[in-house]
Design a protein around this ligand. Sequence first.
Ligand code: E4P
Length: 215
Amino acid sequence: MAIYIDSAEPEEVREALSLGFVKGVTTNPLLIARTGRKPEEVVAAISELWPDELLYQPFSLELERAREELERMRTIAGAILVPKIPATWEGFKLLVDLVRADWRCALTAVYSPSQALLAKEAGASYVIPYVNRATRQGIDGLELVAQISRTLQGSGVQVIAASLKSAEEALAAVASGAQHITVPWPVLRAMAEHPLSLEAVEEFARAAQSYKEGR
Ligand code: E4P
C-alpha cells in the first residue's frame, strides 16, 4: 500500500514527503492552474523534492501534443514521471501509444469497471477511480472501487483511489480493495489527527505545566 499526495503545491508536497511514508505525488491540470505557475515550474519544484513517483496529467490530450508535453516533463523530472491519462477514447489511444514506447502509465478519471478492464488490456500500470466525484453523481464510489478491484484482481494493475474528501472515505476506499490512495493535504492531516487526540495532548501539557510550577 502506498499513500500519494494529490497536490501541485510544492510546500504541501515537501511537508507530506517529510513524513517519510508518503510515496509520491499525483497532480492534474486543475491543481496546476490553481497555483498560477507554469506546469514546467511545478514539475521542476516537485521533482526536486524526490518523490518516488510523480503522476502527471498532460494538459493536451491530442496524441502528438501530449507526447511532446510528456517528453518535456520527463526531461525535467526524469524517471519518476508517470503519465496519468484520462479515460476517454482519445485517452486510450494515447495510453497505448505511451505503453508501446515503454512508459509506465495510469488511467485516471475512471468511473466504470469496463474502463478498468480496457486499461488492463492497454497495458496500464495503475487505474485511478474517482470516489467522491462518482458518489456525488449517484454512482456509489466505494462500490466502484470494489468492482474495479475485482476486475483487476491478479492482473498486476494497481488501483489508486482518488477524489477522497475525508479520512473516513480514504479508509473506506482501502477497505473496498484499493491498493493505494491519493489524498489532498487537508485529508492527509485529517488522517493523522483527531480532535480528541489534540484534547488529550492539551490536558497532558496543562498537567506538565502545573507539575513544573509545583516543584
Ligand atoms: C487524482 O489523481 C485527481 O487529481 C483528484 O483526486 C481528482 O479528484 P477531485 O478533483 O475530486 O479531488
